[in-house]
Design a protein. Sequence first.
Length: 347
Amino acid sequence: MLLYASSLLYVLYYINFSTVISNNTTETINTNMYFLLEGVCSMMYVLHHIFTYGESAAFQEILEMSTILSQKKYNELSKLIYAKDVIGFLLLLGHVSNCFTHEIVLTLRNLCTLYTLMVNFLLDMFYIDLVYVVKACFKKLNKSLQELTFMSDANKSCNGVSNPLSPQVKFLLLTKLKILEKKHLQISHVVEGMNNDFLIRNIIMTTSTFIIVTFNVYYQLLYPYTPLSDNPAYHNTLWYSPYISAVFFYFVKFGMVIWTCELATNEAQKIKIIIHDVLGSTTDAEAKYEAQLFSLQILHKNNMFTAKAIDMNAMLLSQVVGGITMYIMILLQFLLNTAVCRKIEAS
């Protein structure tokens, strides 16, 4: 970590105060924002969690929460998670050969960029993995709650009139309802903990995705009209296909985070409908009272994935896309204004 921090400061110095790395103004701003957000801020975030041992309590809650899943489902989730993370990590690792150039500073910059990409990729994949486990737990909770509805419906007579619950069925219904209520509370605490633990990282990820995608789409649009010699990125970058590869990587990663959070949130909202089905299907006073308590608990728990004012949902994705489009148009307008001013001065 100390070696990375020293290398990062060295690279930032050369980007801003040396002619070895020759960038124009927009490229300098883009590179500085990338290393400050994805490099410095993410490094501070990781160090904060290492020294405060914040993950230990969260891991314990996640382990307790995941006991609701069967061993088969747990194994299926593990295979999916490992496959996704390993494939993504190997794709990034395949860019190591592109890091080495004729200049030591450029090589160091590319290695710092690749290391930063890998660390932040693993952080974001870890968040996706946790959200997906939460989604699976909510799905299992909803399924178990629906079984209670079927249990109450099975007690109805052939003409649709509900018979009084037998002591055994009543005891089983109340016991399962209390267990599910406790599990829902555990999952809700995990969601709250994740929102707090990943608050800074989600803000950094959203901001850096917006900045990196905006600038790289802008460069890609300008490339056909710019000589190759004026595009140092095509000689010194670690990407196999500069500009468009960075856009694809960051946008797909951000889209995966939003998609997973959206799925988990939708699954969490389904329980509101199911608990009212349970309330409507039972006539037993004690069971109805317990279901009402469960319903109040559900109302008090939002169970949405947020970063304070930022909700991790499809609305955020559409806002980011809209913002990227608007700022690309602004950058192009500044470029055209500059070209017109130079032409007027030349004439």
